[in-house]
Design a protein around this ligand. Structure first.
Ligand code: IPE
Ligand code: IPE
Ligand code: MG
Length: 256
């Protein structure tokens, strides 16, 4: 429901009962969660996969349309080789185990990032999972794997430049259209667990107007209640998109 004001900026009524349409999460703190318990870091990653399952279910229950999860950044290759290898293995296992269930829950699965760095088998698993769930109409879950916000902007520009029909300058619209998550609206709410207050090269372009929520809770300890606390914080924000408070009649106007 949108009312368009005379400056052509969309100011909708509180959409979707105040539930963010798109939540993006930096799932951080797995290693520290494990270390605190005298466990190997990878035990934290394994527990983190279980949290993903819980949060996906909670998002479905709450009517969220898009959930985007930062699983492996383009900088995470800098970690010790054995940790990287376990992370790849967990990704493979999770894809193998969860996709059938996701499909039966009407979830559309997407994976974004520079997948060319993954082995051929994993790339094929990703493609098959995306194809299997492509026509599902429920929650869209996007996994960011070997993803970097800077990489995304550069690949979008390169796509524009490679288009033989393209003439003239690169524009904001053209970049937005060629980003790897162009199928989704921009995130309304960005959550980072694990206590750090930084973006770590996540969705740089798409988070221009996202509301940020940082929590000390480590990702393996995150769950339904913690998600509700993040959503409650979001619901108390006034999204102004450059307008004044007086211009914004509802708490959740959208970017025009
Ligand atoms: C997030 O947890 C998972 C990935 C980055 C793959 P971390 O592994 O970064 O956990 P901390 O930050 O070291 O606690
Ligand atoms: C960000 O976490 C990436 C993911 C959660 C996948 P990091 O733990 O890699 O971030 P930094 O290195 O602390 O910034
Ligand atoms: Mg970390």
């Amino acid at each position: 429901m949108k009312d368009v004001d005379k400056n052509n900026i969309s100011v909708p009524a509180l959409a979707n009962n105040g539930i963010p349409r798109h939540i993006a999460i930096i799932m951080d703190g797995n290693g520290r969660w494990a270390t605190k318990r005298f466990l190997p870091r990878v035990a934290g990653h394994a527990k983190g996969v279980k949290t993903v399952r819980k949060v996906v279910e909670a998002c479905i229950d709450r009517g969220v349309d898009y959930l985007t999860l930062f699983a492996f950044s383009s900088e995470n290759w800098r970690r010790p080789a054995d940790e990287v290898s376990v992370l790849m293995q967990l990704f493979r296992l999770a894809l193998g185990r969860e996709v059938k269930k996701m499909h039966s829950n009407n979830i559309r699965l997407k994976v974004i990032g520079d997948l060319s760095k993954f082995d051929a088998e994993l790339q094929a698993m990703v493609r098959n999972s995306e194809e299997k769930t492509a026509n599902n109409t429920g929650l869209t879950v996007t996994i960011c794997a070997n993803y970097g916000g800077q990489w995304d902007i550069v690949q979008a520009c390169n796509k524009v430049l490679a288009d033989k029909d393209h003439v003239g300058n690169v524009t904001e619209e053209l970049i937005a259209k060629n980003l790897s998550m162009a199928y989704a609206p921009e995130p309304d709410l960005m959550v980072r667990t694990g206590g750090e207050s930084r973006i770590s090269n996540f969705l740089l372009w798409q988070m221009a107007y996202s509301e940020f929520y940082f929590t000390d809770t480590f990702w393996p300890d995150f769950g339904e209640k913690a998600l509700d606390a993040a959503i409650a914080s979001y619901q108390n924000r006034e999204r102004r998109f450059g307008q004044t408070s007086a211009q914004v009649t509802d708490a959740n106007c959208v970017r025009g």
